[in-house]
Design a protein around this ligand. Structure first.
Ligand SMILES: [Zn+2]
Length: 217
């Protein structure tokens, strides 16, 4: 009997992407979301995190429709196909838990359910990570992925760029794109967060899933 060798799938981040995610996670008191930019040779290797216009609270985050549309225009103009920048949905939790909330699960199912594959990734301030690959073709499957950082690439990266310039860029992106919304915790704790809660908060922020559906092959 021949045993086939199958390497364990992981979500790998370039150090630049990892440190940017950490920066976004710790910069403010809200969640922050972005799309992972996959390497051309490996959809599960993230070179960057694309932070776009969004409204964020300590327990929710949603992209602005216009920002998603602009991102698609910009990336397509650069010749980057949608499956490299709109399949990996990352966000941070300002607490320590990385367990997806009911809102996270509802968003992931609604927004990415029409994609051939998608990943939901979460980073908390305690440094915990969570990632899950969902494939929606054929019988479909769901698989948790370890999150690892490609630290070997960091020295070479720093030779060609400075950390200070990265930090300034991240700060500008944060201040330009992340718009905090105020919701009180009692409002959240009255009931388990649900999709209805998100609808109530910002119903106009929920149609960005349309872009992903249109971009699916
Ligand atoms: Zn979440």
């Amino acid at each position: 009997m021949i045993e086939s060798y199958r390497p364990i799938r992981k979500l790998r981040l370039a150090p630049y992407a990892w440190l940017k995610w950490q920066f976004m996670c710790h910069r403010g008191a809200t969640e922050v979301a972005g799309f992972g930019l996959s390497a051309a040779h490996d959809p599960l290797y993230l070179e960057d995190i694309l932070v776009i216009g969004q409204h964020a609270s300590p327990a929710t985050v949603a992209f602005d429709d216009v920002a998603v549309a602009d991102l698609f225009d910009q990336m397509v103009d650069q010749g980057v196909p949608p499956n490299r920048f709109s399949r990996v949905w990352l966000h941070s939790h300002p607490g320590s838990s990385v367990t997806p909330s009911a809102v996270d699960e509802a968003t992931f199912a609604r927004v990415f359910g029409a994609c051939d594959w998608a990943v939901m990734g979460i980073l908390s301030r305690a440094g915990n990570t969570y990632a899950r690959l969902q494939t929606n073709v054929g019988p479909g499957c769901s698989q948790e992925l370890p999150v690892v950082v490609d630290w070997q690439a960091w020295p070479q990266h720093l030779i060609h760029s400075s950390f200070d310039s990265h930090a300034m860029t991240w700060l500008q992106e944060y201040e330009q794109h992340v718009k905090p919304i105020t919701i009180s915790y009692p409002e959240l704790l009255d009931e388990e967060p649900t999709e209805d809660l998100t609808d109530t908060l910002r119903p106009d922020l929920l149609t960005w899933s349309d872009f992903l559906e249109y971009s699916s092959p």
